[in-house]
Design a protein around this ligand. Structure first.
Ligand code: SAM
Length: 302
């Protein structure tokens, strides 16, 4: 969903007086740089917007390293700035640097680069270490989480973050294996264990039996809901009046948080219902099937 995000977040820049200093769009989730490239192109192709800038943030050092290569030119002209950080830190990043933010984008979750890198341990389709961290040098791996958690906590993670109906059985199976032979070391070992632990009819359904457990564990390992809370409670308050924030989420818990935050007194909601991907986009990228886009505007004028 590039177009609606671009249209919504660029609009306030057109309201700025010509004498205004450079303002920023903050891409909190740079990933492979798809949205970033669209913003940079929109700024570069319009003489009235060309002084404005993009600040790209990602917690993944590899995403930042790739962006340094892809956007070498824009970095050299100062049109793009990059920071490797979690977006929960955005409030202090903006305050300290005094960059005026007129647009904030968060496209939540993981990128296809991360999913396709077996070493990240995000996918049960390929075999890799059971890690799941989006920043491999921050926090604890999935394997460590499984080694430390109690069965009750695990059931809660799987049922709340994964809406996994077999959370009790899966958690028990993981605890049994942990006692007997140790926590699974690889994504394949965990996926096989999950398949064995669910009732036979659920083993070969349309969706792989490990899908929900992997999603739940990834959310827990990366503290994804806490990160979003922080972005919604603190960071977006740094937007300039008239600035806009767009959040693209893939999980009902995330979407609910965004919906509630945008109802706050400082914001006007621009999407009464969340925007969803059209058929063509779903065909191109099946993950967009569950995407929900909400956009809000900070009260006041720029
Ligand atoms: C769905 S991808 C973004 C794709 C990007 N919009 C594009 O067009 O290529 C999500 C990215 O956000 C990053 N990310 C997730 N949570 C984050 C957080 N709390 N702070 C910073 N980056 C985060 C991930 O590392 C990943 O690179």
């Amino acid at each position: 969903m590039v177009e609606p995000i671009l249209d919504a977040l660029i609009a306030p820049f057109r309201q700025l007086p010509e004498s205004a200093p450079p303002h920023y769009v903050i891409d909190c989730t740079l990933g492979g740089g798809g949205h970033a490239a669209a913003f940079l192109e929109a700024f570069a192709s319009d003489p009235l917007l060309s002084k404005h800038r993009l600040l790209g943030i990602d917690q993944d050092p590899e995403a930042i390293a790739r962006a340094r290569v892809r956007f070498e030119k824009e970095l050299s002209t100062g049109q793009l700035e990059l920071v490797q950080a979690q977006f929960s830190e955005l409030g202090s990043i903006l305050q300290e640097s005094r960059r005026p933010a007129l647009g904030i984008l968060a496209d939540l979750g993981f990128s296809s680069d991360q999913l396709n890198d077996a070493e990240r341990g995000l996918s049960f389709q390929s075999d890799g270490p059971l890690d799941m961290r989006l920043n491999p040098s921050q926090g604890i791996s999935c394997r460590d989480l499984l080694a430390r958690t109690t069965e009750q906590e695990l059931v809660k993670i799987l049922s709340e973050y994964g809406e996994e109906r077999f959370s009790n059985r899966i958690a028990k199976a993981i605890m049994d294996v942990r006692r007997k032979t140790g926590v699974p070391r690889t994504t394949r070992e965990l996926a096989d264990l999950i398949v064995r632990s669910v009732p036979p009819p659920a083993r070969h359904g349309r969706i792989h039996a490990a899908t929900r457990t992997f999603q739940a564990l990834r959310i827990a390992v990366n503290g994804e809901l806490e990160q979003l809370d922080s972005l919604l409670e603190h960071a977006i308050l740094q937007l300039q009046p008239g600035g806009r924030v767009a959040v693209l989420s893939f999980h009902s818990l995330e979407d609910r948080k965004v919906k509630l935050a945008f109802r706050g007194e400082n914001f006007k909601v621009l999407t009464k219902k969340p925007l969803e991907a059209d058929e063509a986009e779903v065909r191109r990228n099946s993950r967009s099937r569950s995407a929900k886009l909400r956009i809000a505007e900070k009260e006041g004028s720029c």
